[in-house]
Ligand binder design. Structure first.
Ligand SMILES: CC(C)(COP(=O)(O)OP(=O)(O)OC[C@H]1O[C@@H](n2cnc3c(N)ncnc32)[C@H](O)[C@@H]1OP(=O)(O)O)[C@@H](O)C(=O)NCCC(=O)NCCS
Length: 171
């Protein structure tokens, strides 16, 4: 195809590693993941991320094992996926063990159902395999449509309790 031909003017998709300047967006995506359900009461981002159980998914970003990707449509960030390992005494909802990173993902409302989530997830899984990571986990509520995405990507249920499942993808 002629360069700059038929695709000229189309916002380009890019998927790049999370850098410090992306952290406000990643925090916003964490908020989307935590408040995925359409409910009347959605805490503001700063209030929600004061809760230690949620804040631990992003605070102090840059620890060994932290890795993430941001998808952009043109210059606009539209989604993020990231992984982090947790200690056994302060872990996330999808904790399996201290060696297994837990994955979080969200796409901005208005940009969903276009394949971005699947693209981000696949790219993150490839990066983890490149890094020699053996498996990755996550937590998803039973009625979250994201469950289908995870099943399609090869995640299997490891544990289920209180309306949520811990899923693991072997790499
Ligand atoms: C889950 C999420 C990241 C998916 O991103 P996305 O860009 O919309 O996903 P894709 O377009 O790549 O869809 C991938 C698959 O996910 C499933 N899926 C995603 N959203 C869905 C919905 N609202 N209803 C039904 N299936 C859905 C489908 O199986 C879909 O495949 P299909 O389009 O071939 O049917 C996005 O919906 C989101 O940000 N949700 C809110 C945050 C959240 O819940 N995060 C996960 C917390 S565990």
């Amino acid at each position: 195809m002629r360069r700059g031909g038929r695709l000229r003017g189309m916002p380009a998709l890019s998927i790049l590693p999370v850098v410090a300047a992306d952290l406000p967006f990643v925090r916003a995506m964490l908020h989307e993941a935590a408040f995925w359900r359409d409910t009347a009461e959605v805490a503001a981002i700063d209030d929600a991320l004061r809760e230690p159980g949620l804040a631990r998914y992003v605070e102090g970003w840059g620890r060994p094992g932290d890795a993430g990707l941001v998808a952009r449509r043109g210059d606009t960030p539209v989604g993020a996926v990231w992984v982090r390992r947790f200690p056994a005494d302060a872990h996330g909802y999808g904790f399996v063990d201290e060696r297994t990173p837990e994955l979080s993902i969200a796409v901005s409302p208005g940009h969903r159902r276009l394949g971005t989530g699947r693209c981000l997830l696949d790219a993150m899984l490839v990066q983890l395999r490149w890094s020699g990571v053996a498996q990755v986990s996550l937590s998803v509520e039973d009625d979250n449509p994201a469950l289908r995405l995870y099943e399609q990507a090869g995640f299997a249920v490891r544990d289920a309790a209180d309306g949520a499942r811990t899923m693991v993808r072997l790499l």
